[in-house]
Design a protein around this ligand. Structure first.
Ligand code: NAD
Length: 497
C-alpha cells in the first residue's frame, strides 16, 4: 500500500527478512534517527538476529515533541466523533493485518501463535472501545453540574492533558501500547510512543498504520530506542505534559522522579506477585486448569501472573499431583508451530534473570514438584522449564519477589482467613484469583483482597470495559474502561451567570 519505511534486506539465516529499524516516525515522516548506536533485535526461539533497531537520540525526541505540540490544538478541536473515526480505522487496519502481526509478535517475543492471536484481539477490542468512548466524551462536553444556586450555571468540560509520553515493555507488544494509545487519542492528546527496544517489530506497525489511515501529522510519533537514547530524553523533556509507563518498578520510580520536574502527571503500571487461592470447597480439576493458565501463559512473563499458590491443606497433595501431570503435558517449542503451548523467554537476559532464582531455590533447598529435571527442553531457544515448588517458606525470595517467568511457588493454609492474610502479605497488589465451590464463597473472600483485578472461578479475563491497575507498589492510576480515559483528561468547569 505504501513503500516500506525501513530498508528490508533478506537474511540468509532467518525465516523472515532482517529489518533495519533506523527510522523514527515523526510528524508522519520516516526520519532517519540521529543516533549511530544500533541494537540487535532477536528471535528468542531461533536465537538469531532478525532486525536491528536504532538506540535513538535526544534530537529525535526534540523533533517529536515539536510535532506533537504543533498538532495538539487541531487534534483537540477536531472533537471526539472525528477522532473516533481514526481510532476505528486503526482497529480495522490491525484486523486486516492480524495474521502478519501475530507471526511477527511470535517471532520477536517468543510467545505461542495462539497467544499472539489473543493479544491482537485484545488490542483491536481496546481501540474499538475507545472509539466509542471518544464519541461519548464529545456528547458529554458542557454538561451542567447540579448545585444549590439558581443564579449560577456551572458546566463541565474534559480537555486533553496535552502531549503525552507513552513507554511500554516487551511482554505484550501491541496490547500494552493499545491500552495507552487508544485512550490518549480518544481524549485528544498527541503522543510520543516509545516501545520496548526488545520487541520493536510488531509495534512498528502502528506507525505504518498511522501513515496508512492518514492520521493527522504529529498526532502519533513513534520513537525506537533504549533508555539512554529515547527513554531518559523523553522523561526529562519539559515539552511533555504527562507520562504513562508500563514496566519494572525500578524504572517506574525513575520515570516518576523525572516527571516531578515541572509537576508532570504520571500513570504507572508496574510489577506484581499475585496470589491464587484454592479454597477448601474448590473443584480440583477446575482449580488445576486455572492455576496453570495463571502462571504459564506467555511463559510466565505476565505482570498479573498468579505466581503464589495458596491452597487449602486438604487439597494440597491432590492439586500438586494434578498440576504435575498438566505441566508434563505442556508442549514447549517453536512459537510459530500450531501445536506449541509455550515458547521461550523473550530474551536471554530474562532467561538468565529467571535462572538466578532457580539457582537460589536450589541453595534454599526448595521442594520441586516439577523443574528442569522433569522436562526435555528444545535443543535451542531461551527456554525455562515450567517449574513448581511446594511448601515454599514465606521468607524465600521466590515467594516474595517478581520472577517474571514460568515459576510457581505454593504454600498450604488451614482456613480462608489464613489464605487472605497470606495473599495480602505483599507490597504488590495487581491481581488475584479465588477458586471456590461457588461464586458467593469466592466473592466473599475476594472482597478482602488488596488488588485491582480479582478473578473468581475463572481464567484471567481482561475486557476493555473493566479497569486494569494495582494497589501498593503495583502502580498508580488505572488503565482500560472509563478510568483509563480519565488518565488523559483534565477536568475544567465554566462557572457563571
Ligand atoms: P523495564 O522497566 O526494564 O522497561 C520498560 C520500558 O522502559 C522499556 O521501553 C525501556 O526501554 C524503558 N526504560 C528503561 N529505563 C528507562 C528510563 N530510565 N527512563 C525511561 N524509560 C526507560 O521493564 P521490562 O523489562 O521491559 O518489562 C518487565 C516489567 O514490566 C515487569 O516488572 C512487569 O511486571 C512489568 N509489567 C507491568 C505491567 C502492568 O500492567 N502492571 C504489564 C506488563 C509488564
Amino acid at each position: 500500500m505504501f513503500p516500506p519505511p525501513n530498508n528490508v534486506t533478506p537474511s540468509n539465516k532467518s525465516h523472515i527478512a532482517v529489518q533495519h529499524l533506523i527510522h523514527q516516525f515523526i510528524n508522519n515522516q520516516w526520519v532517519e534517527s540521529a543516533a549511530r548506536r544500533r541494537l540487535p533485535v532477536m528471535d528468542p526461539y531461533r536465537q538469531e538476529i532478525i532486525a536491528e533497531v536504532t538506540a535513538g537520540d535526544r534530537q529525535d525526541v526534540d523533533g517529536a515533541v515539536a510535532a506533537a505540540r504543533h498538532a495538539l490544538p487541531a487534534w483537540q478541536a477536531l472533537g471526539g466523533k472525528q477522532r473516533a473515526e481514526y481510532i476505528s480505522a486503526l482497529a480495522d487496519q490491525l484486523t486486516s493485518r492480524r495474521q502478519t502481526l501475530m507471526r511477527l509478535s511470535a517471532s520477536n517475543n517468543g510467545k505461542a501463535l495462539a497467544e499472539a492471536g489473543i493479544d491482537l484481539d485484545d488490542a483491536i477490542a481496546c481501540y474499538r472501545f475507545y472509539a466509542d468512548q471518544a464519541i461519548a466524551l464529545e456528547d458529554r462536553q458542557g454538561r451542567l453540574v447540579n448545585h444549590q444556586r439558581d443564579d449560577i450555571q456551572a458546566q463541565t468540560y474534559e480537555d486533553p492533558v496535552g502531549v503525552v509520553g507513552l513507554i511500554t515493555p516487551w511482554n505484550f507488544p501491541l496490547v500494552t501500547s493499545a491500552w495507552k494509545i487508544a485512550p490518549a487519542l480518544a481524549a485528544g492528546c498527541t503522543i510520543l510512543f516509545k516501545p520496548s527496544e526488545v520487541t520493536p517489530l510488531p509495534e512498528n506497525a502502528l506507525a505504518e498504520i498511522a501513515e496508512a489511515i492518514a492520521l493527522p501529522a504529529g498526532v502519533l510519533n513513534l520513537l525506537h530506542g533504549d533508555a539512554e537514547g529515547i527513554g531518559i530524553p523523553m522523561t526529562t523533556h519539559p515539552g511533555i505534559d504527562k507520562f504513562s509507563f508500563t514496566g519494572s518498578n525500578a524504572v517506574g520510580e525513575r520515570v516518576m522522579a523525572a516527571a516531578a520536574s515541572g509537576a508532570r502527571d504520571v500513570s504507572l503500571e508496574l510489577g506484581g506477585k499475585s496470589p491464587i487461592l484454592v479454597l477448601e470447597d474448590a473443584r480440583l480439576d477446575c482449580a488445576a486448569d486455572w492455576v496453570m493458565a495463571g502462571i504459564f501463559f506467555n511463559s510466565g512473563q505476565v505482570c498479573s501472573a498468579t505466581s503464589r499458590l495458596i491452597v487449602h491443606e486438604s487439597l494440597a497433595d491432590a492439586l500438586y499431583e494434578a498440576l504435575g501431570e498438566r505441566i508434563d503435558a505442556i508442549r514447549l517449542g517453536d512459537p510459530l508451530a500450531e501445536d506449541t503451548d509455550m515458547g521461550p523467554m523473550t530474551s536471554r537476559r530474562q532467561r538468565e534473570f529467571v535462572e538466578r532464582y532457580l539457582a537460589l531455590a536450589r541453595e534454599e533447598g526448595l521442594v520441586a514438584v516439577r523443574d528442569a529435571g522433569h522436562c526435555q527442553l528444545p535443543g535451542h531457544g531461551e527456554f525455562v522449564a515450567p517449574t513448581l515448588f511446594r511448601d515454599v517458606p514465606k521468607e524465600s525470595r521466590l515467594w516474595r519477589e517478581e520472577i517474571f517467568g514460568p515459576v510457581l511457588c505454593g504454600r498450604s493454609v488451614q482456613s480462608d482467613e489464613e489464605a487472605i492474610r497470606l495473599a495480602n502479605d505483599s507490597p504488590f497488589g495487581l491481581a488475584a484469583t479465588v477458586i471456590a465451590g461457588n461464586i458467593e464463597h469466592a466473592r466473599a473472600v475476594g472482597r478482602h483482597l488488596r488488588a485491582g483485578s480479582i478473578w473468581l472461578n475463572s481464567e484471567q479475563l481482561v475486557m476493555p470495559e473493566v479497569s486494569w491497575g494495582g494497589f501498593g507498589i503495583s502502580g498508580i492510576g488505572r488503565e482500560l474502561g472509563t478510568w483509563g480515559l480519565s488518565e488523559y483528561l483534565e477536568i475544567k468547569h465554566l462557572i457563571g451567570r
